[in-house]
Design a binder for this molecule. Structure first.
Ligand code: ADP
Ligand code: MG
Length: 266
C-alpha cells in the first residue's frame, strides 16, 4: 500500500538515510507500525520521504504501486496525511479552521464545506478532545493542545494512510494513552494504515502491532513488539541496558531502563 524501495537521502556530503545500504519499507493495510530509534537516526527523514515532503536521493516511494512523484499533490493528500514533528503555527487561525482545512483535498479549491464535511470535522474535533478550545487561535494553545489539534486536522482528511512524527511527545500521560487508543481504533476498525514515530518504547509496544527500529539511517529490526524489543536490541540501538518483562494484561513487552552505556546519540 505505502512502500519505499531502495531509498537514500543525502544532505550535502552526509547520507543520513540509506547508507551504506539503501532502505526499503512496506506499510500494509493492517499495519500499525511504530518507528523507534535514537535522535538523528533518520526517523523524520524516512517519514518525510514517505509522504513526499523529502525527495529521496535514490529510490522511490509508491502508493498502491504508483510512484508518488507522478501523483498530483491533492491525490496524495486524499489518501495520505502527515502529522509533522513541529509544524509551523499559522498564528491567526483557529483550531476549527485548521481542522476544517483537513477537508481541502476532498473539495474544489474555493468550495464551501457541505454538511457531511462539517460532520467529519466535528467528529475529528471530538475524538481528539479539542472541543473545549475549538474556537481559540492555535498560537494561544499549549504544546499538547496544539498537537491534538494537528491530529484532528489529519483525521478530518480521512486518509487511508496516516503518518505521525512524535505526536505524543508533548502530551500528558492520559492524552498519550488516549491518542494511542484512538490510533489503534482507526487501524483496527477503519483499516487505516498507521506509521508513527514514538520515543516511549512501552507506549509503542503496548499499542502497535509492529515495531521498526532505526539506527544511523538504517532499519536494524522490524517485527512484532515481542520479537523486536529485547535487551540486545535496546543495547545496540539505544545504548541502554534494560530488563524486559511481559505485561500479563496485554502480552506486550515492558522495558525497565537500567543504565545508559556511554551516549547513543550520534
Ligand atoms: P530523527 O527524526 O531520527 O531524530 P532526522 O531524520 O530528523 O532524525 O535526522 C537525521 C539526520 O539528518 C540528523 O543528523 C539531522 O541532523 C540530519 N538532517 C535532517 N534534515 C536535514 C537537512 N535538511 N539538512 C541537513 N541535515 C539534515
Ligand atoms: Mg525526528
Amino acid at each position: 500500500m505505502l512502500a519505499c524501495e531502495d531509498i537514500s537521502v543525502r544532505f550535502g556530503r552526509n547520507t543520513v538515510l540509506g547508507s551504506p545500504a539503501p532502505v526499503s519499507l512496506t506499510l500494509a493495510e493492517s499495519d500499525f507500525a511504530a518507528i523507534i530509534g535514537p535522535n538523528g537516526s533518520g526517523k523524520s527523514t524516512l517519514l518525510r520521504t514517505l509522504c513526499r515532503l523529502q525527495k529521496p536521493t535514490t529510490g522511490r516511494v509508491l502508493i498502491d504501486g504508483k510512484p508518488v512523484r507522478e501523483m498530483a499533490t491533492k491525490d496524495v493528500a486524499r489518501v495520505l496525511a502527515l502529522v509533522a514533528q513541529s509544524p509551523p503555527v499559522p498564528h491567526d487561525i483557529t483550531v476549527l479552521d485548521l481542522v476544517a482545512h483537513g477537508r481541502y483535498p476532498h473539495r474544489g479549491f474555493a468550495e464551501q464545506l457541505i454538511s457531511s464535511d462539517r460532520a467529519i470535522v466535528e467528529s475529528a474535533i471530538a475524538r481528539c478532545d479539542v472541543e473545549a478550545f475549538a474556537g481559540r487561535r492555535l498560537a494561544t494553545l499549549s504544546g499538547g493542545e496544539r498537537q491534538r489539534a494537528w491530529i484532528a486536522a489529519a483525521l478530518a482528511q480521512e486518509p487511508r494512510i496516516l503518518l505521525l512524527d512524535e505526536p505524543t511527545s508533548a502530551l500528558d500521560i492520559r492524552h498519550q494513552l488516549a491518542v494511542m487508543d484512538l490510533l489503534r481504533g482507526l487501524n483496527e476498525r477503519d483499516g487505516i494504515t498507521i506509521g508513527i514515530v514514538v520515543h516511549d518504547i512501552n507506549l509503542a509496544a503496548r499499542a502497535c502491532s509492529r515495531i521498526v527500529a532505526m539506527r544511523k539511517g538504517q532499519i536494524v529490526a522490524d517485527g512484532k513488539p515481542s520479537d523486536v524489543i529485547t535487551p540486545d536490541l535496546m543495547r545496540e540501538v539505544f545504548g541502554v541496558e534494560t530488563e524486559i518483562s511481559t505485561d500479563p494484561a496485554t502480552g506486550a513487552p515492558v522495558c525497565r531502563y537500567l543504565s545508559p552505556i556511554g551516549c547513543a546519540v550520534e
